[in-house]
Design a protein around this ligand. Sequence first.
Ligand code: ADP
Ligand code: ASP
Ligand code: MG
Length: 408
Amino acid sequence: MALIVQKYGGTSVGSPERIQNVAKRVARWHGQGHQVVVVVSAMSGETNRLIALAKQLQDQPDPRELDVVISTGEQVTIGLLAMALKEVGLKARSYTGSQVRIVTDSAFTKARILKIDEQLLRADLDEGTVVVVAGFQGVDESGNITTLGRGGSDTTGVALAAALKADECQIYTDVDGVYTTDPRIVPEARRLSSITFEEMLELASLGSKVLQTRSVEFAGKYKVRLRVLSSFEDEGEGTLITFEEDRKMEQAIISGIAFSRDEAKITILGVPDRPGIAYQILGPVGDANVDVDMIVQNVGHDGLTDFSFTVHRNDYQKTLKTLEPVIKHIQARGIVSGDKIAKVSVVGVGMRSHAGIASTAFRTLAEEGINIEMISTSEIKISIVIDEKYTELAVRVLHKAFHLEQPV
Ligand code: ADP
Ligand code: ASP
Ligand code: MG
């Protein structure tokens, strides 16, 4: 007998029929003698609908109240799934994040899980009940409802699997695993039967929304066995996230390509080239709670230099506002900025031992006439900022250039 946590995303619980299908799948696992915890998202489109509703009342919705509103989508699906489970003859009970006591910090709309009281769930599981938990939501120490950031139900699933020391956490979604890139953009993309935890973390944090980044971090920290599967197919092994030492198969040099359109770029022109200037610019940006991603500072001329960096598109206006007084203070010449950019990233642990990956990527983009605006690299990834309108083209040609459609 194993303890399995299954997480079903929005499309997988998008209608009463689909919820019934989830119930049947859960019943199969339960029938094989396993204990099952199910985490569900809101029905697809529901969280967006709730956010839009909030924005009709406040341009920038109050974060505490926004969490009260957007956490409701998951409360609906836990109740519905528990009903469907009872209909197929199982004992089932639904719980909100606050009832389970998924305790988070108080960073509304992007809260982090601090602890989970798993005793309650264990008691249910031991008496053969299927436990259905609302994804995406928690409660802070003062009892306020919090949410975990978009896509956060993945993190609820993995965190519960860690707390319960589950044998496996299964993420059921609308694709049958993790692909070499988003199969909606590149139909030739190939499903990976396994991917290393490190690569998955890079892909997720660079924009592959198939798993929320924090869920992968959690899986790494607590060594949760994590698998991505389709909720629309009965067969299939999906993609297993492995820890590198387990990986016996022949290693591909490049595992995948991620992209993100959630970026904005800011360049401060004619910055005095002297010690402390990066701090004078980025200090206030950090104080405004904005994460800076790529940073480029050019060689100075005549005592002046240009300083560029990228931020999340949601933080773009806030960053520009924060910089207004800074530009005056440091007597920079001006600022140019834009949010019509995208970041495309090539990821693979094989890069560590292979040269020439970057030059292949640059040549491929050059051949398509795509201008590279910024580059950043780490041991296992190359990220390139380009004009947003070339995103899909860039992903397609890079996928081809690295032969990702071909099995290793
Ligand atoms: P859910 O609602 O089940 O959480 P998501 O929409 O959050 O589903 O994630 C699944 C989607 O992730 C897929 O439909 C696919 O378009 C997208 N995706 C992006 N990159 C990848 C990738 N490398 N492999 C698989 N799916 C990807
Ligand atoms: N319903 C939430 C969202 O749409 C959480 C999730 O689906 O994982 O972001
Ligand atoms: Mg998701």
